[in-house]
Write a protein that binds this ligand. Structure first.
Ligand SMILES: [Zn+2]
Ligand SMILES: [Zn+2]
Length: 153
């Protein structure tokens, strides 16, 4: 049991690394055509960018299915991937973008920093020159602001 929990927790932590890299090199790279909607004014509740979340859900389901089929502890990796997806929706859609009728507010320093860092991610229009690609880790704001300043020349 303890081992399974360690796998679950390790997956959650690792997913922030995977998510950051995917956001930087896939979503702002060859996958920009899907992510672009998220960097433009929002029209409805859904955007094509949400397909990344669907993909994440399918990966989690596949991992759980493989784990159940005898490839333990993949089901716990799948649970970690799913958990990261849920946390992402709560933080990114709820807290950072206030997509919900009852918008939660960042209540502590950590969440405030994440919130402001993600605002800075959206400060750059278009695919290139963005800063702060993580969702649960953000570099200090002055570092991000310095990066933005240098990029704008
Ligand atoms: Zn982005
Ligand atoms: Zn965003």
């Amino acid at each position: 049991m303890l081992f399974n929990l360690a796998v679950l927790f390790g997956t959650l932590v690792a997913m922030e690394g995977v998510g950051t890299l995917a956001h930087k090199y896939v979503m702002h790279g060859w996958g920009w055509w899907l992510h672009r909607s998220h960097h433009e004014p929002q029209l409805g509740m859904l955007e094509t960018n949400d397909l990344y979340l669907v993909a994440l859900g399918l990966i989690a389901l596949a991992l759980v299915a493989l784990g159940k089929a005898g490839h333990a502890p993949l089901q716990w990796v799948g649970a970690g991937v799913a958990g990261y997806g849920v946390a992402y929706v709560l933080a990114h859609d709820g807290l950072f973008h206030r997509h919900w009728p009852r918008a939660p507010k960042p209540v502590n320093r950590y969440l405030k920093r994440l919130y402001r860092a993600h605002r800075l991610h959206h400060a750059v229009k278009g695919r290139q020159g963005s800063v702060s690609f993580g969702f649960f880790y953000a570099p200090p704001l002055r570092v991000l602001k310095g990066q933005l300043k240098r990029r704008r020349g």
